[in-house]
Design a protein around this ligand. Structure first.
Ligand code: AMP
Length: 420
């Protein structure tokens, strides 16, 4: 038997209804804030991700699905959405001075990670990108929108963690302070962190090795907030004031860093208690340098990505999954002629917008009625020799338990008027 690959998952009904619910909520909420959907390919040139995410990040160093195509070009299955959206905006010349651009996306992402609960190799994210402003109000609005979406989808008690990396100047000062702290501990670090200490010291803060985690959660580890330039401090203060005005609760975590190199200023993560070890539902931040770095104009940008598997897990605990649409009517055939008539009747009712349960093989009336009942059908139409000889059908109201004989036209108009 051929099975699905490790780290990939089939999403089956009735779970798909929960996925559709989440995706619909994303569309509803993001549209209210003026975000339009963008769909980009799931594979891109490898360089796109190496240049944007950063060549010393975990994603680029060890998690990308990279392979040569038949002409030997290096391709990569997208590990995240932001680089793809920036590439598409550049390619389609969407950036223009003073123009706000707002996009969202939903789809599969690929990272070669060790699979566990809430961590897969193919997973799904929905995310947003807002381009064209440096205003801290945009950072706050995007964070508030993320919380709005999660609550609208049915997740409660999310925790927003907030930090700032500051501008280039603050970040460089912080890296110097962090390196000064790390170097005396060099011998105790894991081999990855020893490399990080030299090449990209910020990355040590999200090392998952327990001994490194213990070292970097000590109270005297330098905080990003102590090396902020005056401008970066002002930006951060304004983000917090705006979040307070929006009544979006957050906690500050001055050691929060994110796994991608392109962030500047505000970064945030949203956690949820029901998720266990993998408790980050999503995260994001400002990335003012990325568009320019990818060959475009200087552009202020802020966005986030949310893991849909984890959102679905969080909803399972607190939210009753919306059922798939029960049939408005089930068609019960008492003989083979009725079975054939029902095929045509079902098509007619569906064309009128009703959802119809109907069979291809003849079964006992009892079995068909049980099926209609289990599926939650509101009405049943029964047809057999007796009904046919009188040019009538039997219409049964499943809720009230009543039934009557009527013409097919009467039954149809009754159903369509009671199911507008
Ligand atoms: P990131 O792009 O790394 O900031 O991740 C954003 C969100 O995507 C995380 O908070 C998770 O909810 C989700 N995510 C990231 N990697 C995985 C994965 N391997 N499996 C499932 N969800 C993931």
């Amino acid at each position: 038997m051929i099975t699905a690959l490790r780290g990939t998952v089939d999403i089956l009904p009735p779970d798909t209804a929960l996925w559709q619910h989440v995706e619909q909520c994303a569309r509803d909420v993001f549209a209210r804030y003026g975000f339009a959907e963008m769909r980009t390919p799931i594979f891109e040139q490898t360089d796109l991700f190496v240049r944007s995410i950063g060549d010393t990040t975990d994603i680029v160093e060890k998690e990308m699905y990279t392979f040569p195509d038949r002409k030997g070009r290096s391709l990569t299955l997208r590990p995240e959405g932001t680089a793809c959206i920036v590439r598409a905006c550049l390619e389609h010349k969407l950036f223009a001075p003073g123009k706000l651009l707002k996009f969202f996306y939903t789809g599969p992402m690929f990272r070669y990670e060790r699979p566990q609960a809430g961590r897969q190799r193919q997973f799904h994210q929905t995310g947003v990108e807002l381009f064209g402003t440096y205003s801290p109000l945009a950072d706050a609005d995007v964070i508030a929108m993320m919380v709005h979406f999660l609550e609208y989808a049915g997740v409660n008690k999310v925790l927003v963690q907030l930090n700032t990396l500051g501008d280039a100047e603050s970040r460089a000062a912080y890296c110097t302070a962090l390196r000064a702290y790390v170097m005396p501990l060099f011998a105790q670090l894991c081999p990855d962190c020893q490399r990080r200490a030299e090449r990209n010291v910020l990355r040590v803060l999200d090392c998952k090795v327990p001994s490194c985690k213990a070292i970097f959660s000590a109270p005297n580890v330098p905080r990003t907030t102590t090396t902020l330039s005056a401008a970066a401090q002002q930006h951060y203060d304004a983000v917090r004031r705006a979040l307070d005005a929006l009544k979006t609760p957050y906690v500050e975590d001055p050691r929060l860093v994110r796994g991608l190199d392109y962030y500047t200023h505000t970064i945030f993560e949203v956690r949820h208690g029901a998720l266990g070890a993998q408790d980050a539902l999503g995260g994001g931040g400002r990335y003012d340098g990325l568009v320019k770095q990818m060959g475009g104009p200087e552009t202020g940008a802020v966005g986030f990505g949310i893991g849909l598997e984890r959102l679905v897990i969080a909803l399972r605990g607190t939210h009753t999954s919306p059922h798939e649409r029960p049939p408005d009517v089930a068609l019960v055939a008492l003989d083979a002629t009725a079975l054939q008539d029902n095929l045509v009747l079902a098509a007619l009712l569906r064309a009128k917008g009703l959802s119809v349960l109907s069979n291809y093989d003849l079964q006992s009336v009892k079995a068909q009625m049980r099926q209609a009942n289990n599926a939650g059908a509101a009405w049943v139409i029964l047809q057999g020799e007796d009904e046919r000889s009188q040019s009538l059908v039997k219409l049964k109201n499943m809720r009230a338990g009543t039934e009557r004989l009527c013409t097919l036209d009467e039954a149809i108009s009754h159903l369509t008027s009671s199911n507008p």
